[in-house]
Design a protein around this ligand. Structure first.
Ligand code: F6P
Length: 547
């Protein structure tokens, strides 16, 4: 097969970029009052305005041709039908099956997995109902009020993001906490808030071997046993895992184990029982809505023509900037406090999926793939790092995410919030010319020379791209659609780059290097290390001895 960069469609985009680069979006908006309606679309209650991008209709057509040439249609079908797209681990990536209706059928090794998925959802419902209506009682007879999720990576960020996003839907007498880090400072901070008698721990680990999670789980088991003066943890510990034999060995009773499958990637697992903290906090009806919203986005992704397909468009726009303008970063900026962990979740989704440098066939890739994801909730980011977006020489496309209507929001606060998001997007696009900056400076601002000087600093180039994703409301359904939108955007990019978006061998290297370093930190130096690692190990040991 011809290399991607040698294909005619790629070459056509390279040539097209040279034509487009000198144009300013500002002028396109002046020339075309219909630009917003021509470059925006809605799926359910999510509106995407992509008019503030350095694209014309021709650009979209050329990107569409690239998608076709890369076999995106076939790859989307492969994703949903359970093809083993994760070739290095010889398995499919079937997170979409987790949100499919009971009537669907998806086969893995000749077996329809949908009944198993729904059996687990039913088990989640039964457990969630018992916990929420206080018929699940702790070992000393108290109902559960605090839930602590022990997990890391995908077994942490998805639930953290979703529980925070849907806080308005949570049962008021219940609290959810998250312990991910091995740093005992994290553990102590959470333990201070807990009454062991009314606390439930959920060990969330697909592998049930992740060092951070298992170390925290062991410490917390002992803490609970000591506090309650019993070995019986059955009413206080739950496991979500694909390795149930390991959970049993840890001491979790079979009925407290929620199944996960190897065809669900960690960072795509929020739709499974890894979402249990969310289900417990907001109830299973809301969790079902969350799944339904994601399923609606799945259907749109599968069925809509590429030029009207929201995840495909977002994926292609990303490729346009990364591969044809050389951008390496992408910002996620939700103007919504409940969405403040969205960036962290998308960061793992995108960077762990598409931070790859070989094709599925192992051929080296010499262009940039997945972007560095950064961001912060608006307006906080505005007063911190947006400066670089506006006047730095980096080109950093931004996704602004706005929510039209929140719960109990103060009208005047909300309009400032929305207005701020809109004005940031406008400022990025429009900028401020030198002439405008100079004209704004009154004579009191100094001499002519001083004003000319200052105007140079106040000039903002503009022509910086952004997408505006506008949710009518932040409901479980819309949150599901939004997360699925990003999952599929990332899939589109991985499919076009022909990389495996579902493995993470780079992460494994760090895990492999840890045990010998740990040995040497805790005991005699037995392993030969580079001088830096060796020096730092010695430095740490000396510090510990002193204290
Ligand atoms: O460190 C990478 C990773 O494998 C992630 O992909 C995963 O979400 C996380 O670790 C946690 O893994 P587990 O759920 O098996 O504990």
């Amino acid at each position: 097969m011809t290399k991607l960069t040698e294909q005619a469609e790629w070459q056509a985009l390279l040539a097209h970029q040279k034509i487009i680069a000198p144009y300013r979006m500002q002028d396109w908006f002046i020339d075309d009052p219909e630009r917003f309606s021509r470059f925006s679309l809605a799926v359910g209650e999510i509106l995407l305005d992509y008019s503030k991008n350095r694209v014309t209709e021709e650009t979209i057509q050329l990107l569409n041709q690239l998608a076709n040439a890369a076999g995106l249609h076939e790859k989307i079908n492969g994703l949903f039908s359970g093809e083993a797209l994760n070739r290095t681990e010889k398995r499919p990536a079937l997170h979409t099956a987790l949100r499919a209706p009971e009537t669907n059928a998806v086969f893995v090794n000749g077996q329809n997995i949908i009944p198993t998925v729904h059996a687990t959802l039913k088990k989640m419902r039964q457990f969630s109902d018992k916990l929420r209506n206080k018929t699940w009682i702790g070992v000393t007879g108290k109902p559960i009020r605090d839930i602590v999720n022990i997990g890391i990576g995908g077994s942490h960020l998805g639930p953290l993001m979703a529980v925070s996003a849907l806080a308005d839907y949570a049962q008021e007498d219940m609290h959810c906490h998250f312990i991910s880090n091995i740093d005992s400072a994290h553990l102590h901070a959470v333990l201070k808030q807990l009454n062991p008698e009314s606390t439930l721990f959920i060990i969330s680990s697909k592998s049930f071997t992740t060092l951070e999670t298992m170390t925290n789980a062991e410490t917390l088991k002992h803490w609970l046993q000591n506090q309650l003066k019993t070995q019986d943890i059955s009413k206080h510990f739950i496991a979500v895992t694909a390795a149930s034999e390991k959970a049993l060995a840890f001491g979790i009773p079979k009925e407290n184990i929620f199944e996960l499958w190897d065809w669900v990637g960690g960072r795509y697992s929020i739709w499974s029982a890894i979402g249990l903290p969310l289900a417990l906090m907001v109830g299973m009806d809301n969790f079902s809505q969350f799944l339904a919203g994601a399923h609606a986005m799945d259907q749109h992704f599968q069925q809509a023509e590429f030029i009207h397909n929201m995840p495909v468009l977002l994926g292609l726009l990303g490729i346009w900037y990364i591969n044809f303008f050389g951008t390496s970063h992408h910002a996620i900026v939700p103007y919504s406090h409940p969405l403040h962990y969205l960036r962290s979740h998308i960061q793992q989704l995108d960077m762990e999926s598409n931070g790859k440098n070989v094709t599925q066939d192992g051929e080296p890739i010499h262009f940039l793939t997945g972007p560095v994801i950064l961001g912060e909730q608006g307006c906080n980011g505005q007063h911190a790092f947006h400066q670089l977006f506006h006047q730095g020489n980096h080109l950093i496309p931004v996704d602004f995410i706005l929510v039209g209507k929140g719960k109990d929001e103060l009208e005047h606060h909300h309009s400032i919030l929305i207005g701020s998001g809109l004005s940031q997007a406008k400022a990025l696009m429009q900028g401020r010319t030198y002439a405008e900056a100079f004209a704004e400076l009154s004579v009191e601002k100094g001499t002519l020379e001083e004003r000319e000087q200052l105007a140079k600093h106040k000039t903002v180039a503009g022509n910086k791209p952004s997408n505006l994703i506008f949710l009518d409301r932040l409901t479980p359904y819309n949150l599901g659609s939004l997360i699925a939108l990003y999952e599929h955007k990332i899939f589109v990019q991985g499919a076009i780059w022909d990389i495996n978006s579902f493995d993470q061998w780079g992460v494994e290297l760090g895990k492999d290097l840890l045990p010998p370093i740990l040995n040497d930190l805790n005991a005699q130096n037995k392993t030969s290390h580079d001088s830096s690692t060796k020096g730092l190990i010695q430095h740490y040991k000396t510090l510990r001895k002193k204290s």
